[in-house]
Design a protein around this ligand. Structure first.
Ligand code: URP
Ligand code: ZN
Ligand code: ZN
Length: 461
């Protein structure tokens, strides 16, 4: 495979910032230093005036997702293309098999078949556990042995993905035994269902009522529940899409008494608030996701938590549904609006623009929360998540002087809208490499579909 020399970049890792050249011999980084020479035939990229970041990792993505009577819109081709253009070189998808459907092993294999030979970036999975019995347990052991060292549980979505407390208890025990991290969607499923019925019964059917069916305490109760079960077995737990102060408080209360917990938030919660779901003419449906967008006051709490390291990762929970034909299934009833605000392509540029360029976070926090921590928590470090000799040559040469706008007219996603239509971005990837191959240049995909590899992961604790 060809070699690549990136010259004079301002290299930023979680702990360091310095100017140097990076030489990649094939798929890995083999030299870092000043004034490196390019052998004949090497591709040379001048990164003067630009940052060089480790390839970004999105630890919470949905691509193949049968959900709420429809299917998420992307395929691995469209999603991984969008990921790479936006600087994400590794994604972790949730295997989300509905409860009581086929053996869990079949679910894992189905999700794998959607990715292998199609993805432009590297990928791995969190294995959902939507039921637990002796058959399931044996298959979960096989899936973990195949290299999937994290589970996903849903305390929400009554009847679709949720589980009983006994199942949660058993899942936590198995995870502890196998050194598996349990990631969790924390909302009380029964509370949500009853509040949905009440609101719809009162004729409150618009997208703005989605929020009122799952207010902050409903999420915080879920976090409290998860922490209690994680604590019981000493399992490493991880709250996905943490949206508000109340939930963060529950997670931190657990951490303060020694629970092994990490917190994920989403770029959506950092830059959007619940007023978007209140937009007239059903526009609010574009902003319906779970947990819902919160009061703006939560944004300051989350940015601060990110700076302080209480929030470990910034993900997307990418779950794309068209406005026409999918979101509008819920025009007369918000409980039928497919949940999700897609942002796989825009996460990094939004985090840079509203975080680094706006002075809310420094470059180290940016890299840590969008790459390094995900690699460390999910068993990918130091192959991924840093710039070091021997690490995969997943690199993002980032141009902080770029100015442009997000639009559904120009995005790579297979989607008829953007939740960030017309938003300005200050900076974007100029060059993105996936294991040594240039996969994106200045907003254009130039990579190879199918080159992405499944990343086998070991236990992490
Ligand atoms: O609204 C969301 N979050 N949709 C995707 C499914 C999930 O809960 O992660
Ligand atoms: Zn969720
Ligand atoms: Zn999700």
């Amino acid at each position: 495979m060809a070699s690549l020399l990136i010259k004079n970049g301002n290299i930023v890792t979680a702990g360091e910032q310095y100017t140097a050249d990076i030489y990649c011999d094939g798929e890995q980084i083999s030299r870092i230093g000043r004034n490196l020479d390019a052998p004949p035939g090497a591709t040379v990229i001048d990164a003067t005036g630009k940052y060089v970041f480790p390839g970004f990792i999105d630890p919470h993505v949905h691509i193949y997702l049968p959900f709420m009577g429809t299917f998420a819109k992307d395929t691995y081709e469209s999603a991984s293309r969008a990921a790479v253009v936006g600087g994400t070189t590794t994604l972790i998808e949730m295997v989300c098999q509905a409860k009581n459907e086929e053996p869990i092993r079949d679910g894992f294999e189905l999700w794998m078949s959607k990715a292998v030979g199609k993805s432009a970036c590297d990928f791995t999975f969190h294995q959902s556990v939507t039921r637990y019995d002796a058959h399931t347990e044996a298959q979960l052991r096989e899936i973990v042995a195949a290299g999937v060292s994290s589970f996903k549980v849903f305390l929400a979505y009554k009847g679709a993905f949720d589980m009983t407390d006994k199942e949660l208890y058993d899942t936590m025990a198995l995870a502890k035994e196998l050194g598996v991290v349990v990631t969790a969607h924390c909302e009380n499923a029964d509370l949500v269902l009853e509040m949905q019925k009440k609101l719809v019964g009162e004729g409150k059917t618009g997208p703005e009522y989605h929020y009122w069916s799952r207010p902050p305490r409903v999420e915080a109760e879920g976090v409290h529940h998860l922490v209690t079960f994680g604590e019981t077995h000493g399992t490493h737990i991880y709250t996905v899409h943490t949206s508000c102060k109340e939930s963060l408080d529950e997670a931190m209360a657990g951490a303060a008494r020694g629970v092994n917990i990490n917190v994920e938030t989403l770029i959506q919660y950092l830059v959007l608030d619940k007023s978007y779901a209140e937009l007239p003419n059903f526009e609010g449906a574009k902003y319906v996701m779970s947990p819902p967008l919160r009061d703006k006051s939560n944004q300051q709490v989350l940015w601060n938590a990110l700076r302080k390291g209480y929030v470990s990762t910034v993900a997307t929970d990418h779950a794309p549904f068209d406005f026409v034909g999918q979101k509008d299934m819920g025009r007369d009833d918000f409980t039928k609006i497919p949940n999700g605000i897609p942002s796989l392509e825009d996460r990094i540029n939004l985090l840079y623009t509203h975080g680094v360029a706006a002075g809310r976070i420094d470059l180290g926090t940016f890299v840590t929360s969008a790459s390094t921590q995900a690699a460390k928590l999910f068993g990918l470090f130091p192959r991924k998540g840093t710039i070091a000799i021997g690490s995969d040559a997943d690199l993002v040469v980032y141009d902080p002087t770029y100015r442009g706008k997000i639009s559904a007219k120009t995005h790579q996603l297979n989607l008829d809208y953007s939740a960030f239509e017309g938003w300005e971005i200050k900076g974007r990837p100029a060059v993105v490499t996936v294991r040594g191959e240039i996969a994106a240049r200045d907003g254009a995909f130039v990579g190879t579909l199918g080159r992405g590899q499944f990343l086998k992961r070991e236990r992490t604790y």
